[in-house]
Design a protein around this ligand. Structure first.
Ligand SMILES: Cc1cc2nc3c(=O)[nH]c(=O)nc-3n(C[C@H](O)[C@H](O)[C@H](O)COP(=O)(O)O)c2cc1C
Length: 213
């Protein structure tokens, strides 16, 4: 019985999607507090990203936004939290994915997120990133915004994209969180993140420096 309980506890920890911000390590923090904070980081990078066939980069094994999210976490020592869909209905082929995403946007869908939404109360700054989908945040990000109170925190948006830049991510984030401070966002071309990471890294570093990190 004791063994079973220990195994269940280990499983719960392994399933926790907040991981320490060492991009290469992707380790689960051992000292999770009640707030699911690693105990050290003041900042967290929350992101959504897709693998599979993506625009102009072929079939990818790590999402463009994930690459940028990890650069930010690595540079700032932030924790990482990846938003995953509960029921992963998103196609792995680009054209089909764009169709599903457009349908969700037209319906104002709020796709469910896997697991419990995180308690981010222990963090000061929350970087929030996603690919631009049809000129906006993917609808699953609104599920996150509506379900995650971030009162009084500093929020920093970032996007990856194929030409649309930040697509008003900063404005929509400020509208979702009127009592937060929204800092200057960063837009990275998805092709740079995937195929020219040195260039993407320079943009990330310059931007973080401007923000005072
Ligand atoms: C459903 C869908 C819609 C997209 N809409 C846009 C868009 O409106 N503007 C744009 O610049 N790029 C758009 N793109 C391109 C993505 O933003 C870009 O490839 C991004 O880097 C993908 O990041 P990811 O690998 O993290 O998912 C779209 C891609 C998809 C799959």
């Amino acid at each position: 019985m004791k063994r079973l309980i220990l195994m269940l506890m280990a499983l719960v920890l392994l399933c926790n999607p907040i991981v320490c911000g060492r991009a290469s390590a992707q380790s689960i923090p051992e000292d999770l507090t009640d707030e699911q904070n690693s105990g050290n980081a003041k900042n967290i990078v929350v992101y959504f990203s897709r693998i599979g066939e993506q625009y102009n980069v072929g079939v990818i094994e790590k999402g463009n936004t994930a690459i940028v999210a990890e650069m930010i976490a690595e540079a700032t020592g932030a924790d990482l939290y990846e938003i995953l869909p509960a029921d992963d209905h998103y196609p792995m082929t680009y054209k089909e994915l764009t169709d599903v995403a457009l349908q969700e946007q037209r319906e104002g869908a709020r796709p469910a997120i896997e697991g419990e939404l995180p308690d981010l109360s222990g963090y000061e700054t929350v970087f929030v990133g996603a690919p631009v989908w049809w000129g906006d945040w993917p609808m699953i990000m609104y599920t996150f915004f509506e379900g995650t109170p971030l009162s009084g925190k500093t929020l920093v948006p970032f996007s990856t994209h194929a030409g649309s830049g930040l697509s008003g991510f900063d404005r929509t984030l400020a509208a979702a969180y009127p009592d937060c401070t929204v800092e200057k966002g960063l837009a990275v071309a998805g092709t740079d993140a995937q195929k020219n990471p040195d260039k993407a890294q320079i943009s990330v570093d310059k931007w973080l420096e401007e923000l005072g990190f």
